[in-house]
Write a protein that binds this ligand. Structure first.
Ligand SMILES: Nc1ncnc2c1ncn2[C@@H]1O[C@H](COP(=O)(O)OP(=O)(O)OP(=O)(O)O)[C@@H](O)[C@H]1O
Length: 817
């Protein structure tokens, strides 16, 4: 045990045994193992070398040999226990102190349990490997192979016996110190010992058997020792393996450390080379920068020289040019001054001429005005006469009736008188004379009435002509509901005469960025605000219907964009067409009294895509192509193959309107779902004959509902719709051209440029009367179309056919947006 501690005290970590532990180990024979270990280490120095420095560092507490095995600790702890508590050690101690054991002592020893001897396992820990074999084994373990051989003990025993005997003989009371003796120590014991002392043979025999037992124990102990040695060898092998592994790990660690050092060295080398490269680059860059600076300086110098040179050249050129242009400018100024002088002179002369013309025109206007006033006076007079005559007619009619009554009475009297006397014959003759007078007076009155009617017609026509043969009226429809959109700003400033309309145009941005809206004023023969009903509108056109009855050709148009109210004005149940026919029926009935009988025929045609369609012939009835025929002598137009309906009752007109409405081409566009894409013309022919005067008159009333006048771009029409729109726009433009040509008094009127104007040839211009309704939508969204329509209507309004008409120039105002 000492040898283990001396060889490697650090590795064992076991405290040095006290003297009791040394004795105990000696008793168990472990010292021999220690010796053998020492020897084998001496023979094999690699067996348990001191750990290398690296490994030492890696292990806990810096002691690589420290074994944390709990069993090893147990051994150490047990080894450190005071031997007084350990029966085996105590026994061994007793033996070593006493020397030769006495028989009693051996017996006692055999009863003592051996200490728990631990072996060393493969992993280096110490474990108990010794099998126990009852108390005998305990004894052998306690004694161990290191104790003196039993052979030598026999004589000792014998000697002991002898000495015992001697002691007994000397003291008589003394005896060997045994446990049993210690326990009993009584007089009976002493007596028994004295008896045994005399029985030597038995005693010897007993000792012999004890010796044999001890020998057996020794043998068993030797076997155990062998097993222990094997275990130790195994442990040693394991330790060697472990040591080798540790060595390998250590070497690997060393190798890794070397590699790390190599990598570190390489890294340092790389860093150094990189720094060197950086330094080189820096120097190179500095060199290049210097070079560039030099080059830049040179270029700058060159550029400055070149700029100075160019500037000098340019300055010289500029001065030369300036001199040249100054000279030219001077020449031109002189020339222009001369021209201005000449122009001023010419302007003065022209102004003089114009002033003269203006004066003559003013004189003409003055004359015209006085003519108009004279005519107005005539008309007033005639109207008074007409009133008087009408009064007279009424009176005459009453007289007539009275005369009729009287006549009947006289006839009765005649009958009476004929049957009676001479007196009766006389009174009959008187009455006859009076009757003749009355009849003569009645005839005179009738003749006067007819004459008056003829005069009225002439005066009425004159009156119509004074109003103008082309009249333009404007009608603004109301907003139908809130969903239609914002209402435009439309004002009716002239409430007295209702002839003006002011439309606030869309927002306009000036070049300075200010936004403003222009108020555009228009003036027409009559302006109808949204709250005016069809009845009032008809009141204005009824005179034209009368003209048609009087034998004139009359044309009433409705012009305007889709949805502005054309159809509503013209063909709705209380529109112009039904009202006109009703008025005609009423008038015809009245005129019968004046010997006038009338026939009335109606037809309804449509101009669609420059084709003429009969609206009174249903689609399935094989329509024939319509042809326009003009009678230049009568100034009448006939449409061949067109159905004509004799209008002898008011119901027929309504039926006709319905039929025409169904046959009319109506298609949808994005501007209005129910948009009329064609012009419809209601033609009413009126032929009157006076049986009294044998007069005959033939007039035509054309009521035209034009197609929507909206621009092509706005209506967003496509394909077929686009063609329709183009044709509509073309025919409306032709209508404008015809009216303009009539206004100019042009020799050629382009009636034939469109189907519509061709059809209405005798109702436009000449002796005919034209009324155009320009229909206006009240919506802000339709403002542009509204302005376009009103401008077109203004052009028509400024056209004078037949009679002179004063025109006013209206000024536009600007209002803030
Ligand atoms: N003065 C009015 N009072 C009340 N409603 C009106 C008036 N004018 C037009 N309307 C209504 O406005 C709508 C459009 O009118 P209308 O169909 O007559 O327009 P339009 O110009 O003839 O259109 P299009 O010719 O394209 O068919 C209709 O519903 C009509 O009843």
């Amino acid at each position: 045990m000492d040898s283990i501690e001396n060889t490697n005290p650090q590795r064992s970590g076991i405290k040095p045994p006290n003297r009791y532990l040394g004795a105990a180990i000696a008793a168990t024979g472990l010292h021999e193992i220690s010796d053998s270990q020492t020897n084998s280490r001496a023979q094999n120095p690699t067996m348990l070398p001191l750990p290398p420095q690296g490994v030492k560092r890696a292990l806990p507490n810096g002691n690589p040999a420290q074994l944390p095995d709990p069993k090893r600790k147990t051994l150490v702890e047990r080894a450190g226990e005071p031997l007084n508590n350990n029966p085996a050690v105590s026994a061994a101690s007793t033996i070593s102190r006493v020397g030769v054991p006495k028989a009693v002592s051996i017996t006692t020893l055999s009863n003592i349990k051996p200490p728990n001897i631990n072996g060393i396992t493969r992993n280096g820990s110490v474990t108990s490997t010794i099998p126990r074999n009852g108390s005998t084994h305990s004894f052998s373990q306690s004694v161990g192979p290191g104790s003196r051989p039993p052979v030598t003990r026999a004589p000792s025993s014998m000697g002991f016996n002898k000495s015992t005997r001697k002691t007994v003989s000397r003291t008589g009371t003394s005896r060997p110190a045994t446990a049993m003796g210690d326990r009993e120590g009584t007089g009976a014991q002493t007596q028994q010992q004295q008896q045994n002392a005399w029985d030597v043979d038995e005693r010897l025999h007993e000792l012999d058997s004890q010796f044999k037992q001890m020998k057996e124990v020794m043998n068993v102990s030797l076997t155990d020792r062998k097993a222990l040695e094997d275990a130790v060898d195994l442990a040693k092998t394991r330790v060697v393996d472990l040591e080798r592994e540790r060595q390998q790990l250590y070497e690997k660690n060393e190798q890794l450390q070397t590699e790390i050092d190599d990598v570190r060295r390489q890294f340092q080398a790389l860093t150094l080379s990189h720094e060197a490269q950086q330094r080189n680059h820096k120097y190179e860059l500095e060199d290049k920068s210097r070079e560039h600076r030099h080059e830049l300086e040179e270029i700058r110098r060159e550029f400055k020289d070149e700029t100075d040179r160019l500037q000098r050249t340019h300055r010289e050129e500029l001065e030369a040019l300036e001199r040249h242009w100054r000279a030219e400018l001077e020449d031109e100024r002189t020339q222009k001054a001369r021209e201005i002088q000449e122009l001023r002179l010419r302007l003065g002369t022209e102004q003089q001429d114009l002033n003269n013309t203006l004066l003559s025109k003013e004189r003409e206007v003055q004359n015209m005005r006085s003519q108009v006033e004279a005519l107005q006076g005539d008309l007033d007079r005639e109207q008074t006469i007409k009133g008087t005559l009408q009064q007279q007619i009424v009176e005459m009619s009453a007289t007539n009736m009275t005369l009729d009554g009287r006549n009947r009475a006289l006839q009765a009297q005649i009958d009476f008188l004929e049957s009676d006397s001479q007196q009766q014959s006389t009174s009959f003759a008187q009455m006859e004379a009076r009757l003749q007078d009355a009849l003569r007076a009645a005839e005179e009155a009738r003749q006067k009435l007819i004459k008056e009617e003829t005069e009225r017609r002439v005066l009425f026509n004159k009156y119509q002509e004074l109003k103008g043969n082309i009249r333009v009226m404007c009608r603004v429809r109301p907003v139908l509901d809130a969903t239609e959109g914002n209402e435009a700003q439309i004002l009716f400033p002239d409430l007295k005469t209702s002839t003006q309309i002011d439309v606030t145009g869309p927002e306009e941005r000036s070049s300075l960025g200010t936004i403003s809206r222009r108020v555009v004023p228009f003036e027409f023969d009559r302006v109808f605000s949204p709250n005016v009903h069809n009845e009032e509108v008809f009141g204005e056109i009824s005179q034209l219907v009368q003209s048609a009855l009087d034998g004139f050709n009359v044309c009433i148009f409705c012009y305007g964009q889709t949805g502005s109210g054309k159809t509503y004005t013209m063909s709705s149940t209380d529109g112009m067409i039904p009202r006109a026919t009703h008025m005609i029926y009423d008038t015809i009935t009245k005129l019968k009294e004046k010997s006038w009988t009338y026939t009335m025929e109606g037809s309804f045609v449509e101009v669609y895509n420059e084709d003429l369609n009969d609206l009174l012939t249903p689609a399935g009835e094989g329509k024939k192509k319509l042809e326009i025929r003009h009678d230049d002598a009568k100034k009448q137009t006939t449409v061949l193959n067109c159905k004509t309906v004799a209008l002898d009752s008011a119901d027929k007109v309504e039926m006709m309107l319905k039929q025409a409405q169904n046959n009319r081409s109506v298609a949808a566009t994005k501007a209005n779902e129910r948009s009329s894409r064609s012009h419809s013309v209601f033609i009413l022919k009126l032929v009157g004959e006076n049986s009294a005067t044998q007069e005959r008159c033939e007039g035509t009333l054309n009521l035209v509902d034009l197609a929507g006048s909206e621009r092509l771009k706005h209506s967003q029409a496509e394909g077929g719709r686009m063609k329709e729109t183009q044709n509509i726009n073309k025919s409306l433009a032709c209508l404008g051209d015809v009216i303009e040509a009539l206004g100019r008094g042009s020799a050629h009127i382009p009636y034939r440029n469109s189907k519509l104007t061709h059809l209405l040839q005798y109702s436009l211009g000449g002796n005919s009367k034209t009324l155009m309704f320009v229909m206006v939508s009240p919506l802000e969204a339709h403002l542009k179309e509204t302005l376009t329509s009103l401008r077109f209507a203004t052009k028509v309004h400024n056209t004078h056919i037949g009679t002179a008409k004063s025109t006013k120039k209206l000024k536009e105002r600007v209002s803030d947006a």
